[in-house]
Design a protein around this ligand. Structure first.
Ligand SMILES: [Zn+2]
Length: 323
């Protein structure tokens, strides 16, 4: 969860790396956008307060950049600020938005832009609601509501630094979080999970758009991207916390997982030992474990262990990768 201190850090020390970058010529933006969208997003304009019905729209869904379709906000984080502009407390992902100091109009403010395409969105202020206190004050014209068929999948296949890095690359995967699941300890820490006594496995929670990638495909990719015949071990990592596991949300996911395992068993001499267990809870891991590979590309573990795995993954599932 981002706080004001993070916003200041991004503004002063550099913005987070986006998942992708979209660049177009001014002419291309002009052709693609309406006059008002162009004026606001590409020329740092501001729409009239209360000019959009989006301010009072609170139905579930996601908001994307009107220029490049990158997901920027979730309606769960939207609140009524009374300002006349749609307001949110958090971006959809920490790297969705970029921050810049803005001294126009005789004040110091922090401007927000789409981190993917540079579209001007609005400003962010430290007077939002608890717990994190942020108010992203957005131009409605810079956003568009998108209907996605979002579902969740929870998989364990060894170290989550590795599995997160792989699944982040798939088309239709909206977000990946590293955490713990499959055990009984409530709110376990990394250190506790490492002891192997919590019953939890290191897992990733994947949010995906079922219109773009199916749960079945994800299971197939999950099993194909680690060794599902190894019991409580992947590579040099040993212990029940590294076991191969699929946590299922309903009967349909369970049956799909069983079907794919049976299909893939044909390709292995040893039995697939992947555990299928009903999902109960996902405990998000500490912040330093999130987005680990992207944030630590120079790290020894990333270069020695994750890089080769990722290369293999990209070859195996080339047709499923984000552009
Ligand atoms: Zn954009």
């Amino acid at each position: 969860m981002l706080r004001w201190i993070d916003v200041i850090r991004f503004t002063n020390q550099g913005n987070p790396e986006p998942d992708r970058i979209v660049r177009k010529t001014d002419e291309e933006w002009r052709t693609q956008l309406t006059d008002e969208q162009y004026r606001v997003t590409r020329q740092k304009g501001t729409e009239r307060a209360f000019s959009s019905p989006m301010c009072s729209l609170f139905e579930p869904g996601l908001y994307a950049c009107v220029c490049c379709d990158t997901l920027l906000f979730d309606s769960n984080e939207k609140f009524e600020s009374g300002t006349g502009w749609p307001s949110f407390t958090q971006p959809f992902k920490p790297n969705a938005i970029a921050y810049h100091g803005d001294i126009s109009h005789g004040m110091y403010r922090i401007e927000t832009t789409c981190n993917t395409c540079g579209a001007h969105l609005g400003h962010v202020f430290p007077d939002g609601p608890k717990p994190n206190g942020l108010r992203y004050c957005m131009n409605a014209v810079a956003l568009k509501k998108v209907s996605k068929h979002l579902q969740k999948a929870v998989f364990g296949g060894g170290c989550f630094w590795c599995t997160e890095a792989m699944f982040q690359q798939l088309k239709g995967v909206v977000s990946v979080e590293s955490g713990y699941s499959g055990g009984d300890t409530v709110n376990p820490s990394y250190r506790e999970v490492c002891t192997g006594t919590t019953g939890h496995a290191e897992v990733i929670q994947i949010t995906f758009d079922a219109n773009e990638i199916s749960f079945e495909d994800l299971v197939r990719i999950h099993l194909g991207s680690h060794d599902p015949t190894l019991l409580n071990q992947q590579g040099a990592d040993k212990g029940t916390q590294y076991r191969s596991i699929i946590l299922t949300h309903d009967d349909e996911q369970k049956q799909t997982a069983e079907k794919v395992i049976a299909e893939m068993q044909v390709g292995y001499e040893k039995p697939i030992v992947t555990e299928i267990k009903p999902f109960q809870a996902f405990y998000k891991a500490e912040d330093k474990h999130q987005n680990y590979y992207v944030d630590n590309p120079e790290g020894r573990y990333c270069q020695m262990v994750i890089d080769p795995k990722l290369q293999k993954f990209r070859t195996l599932f080339a047709d499923k990768l984000k552009p």
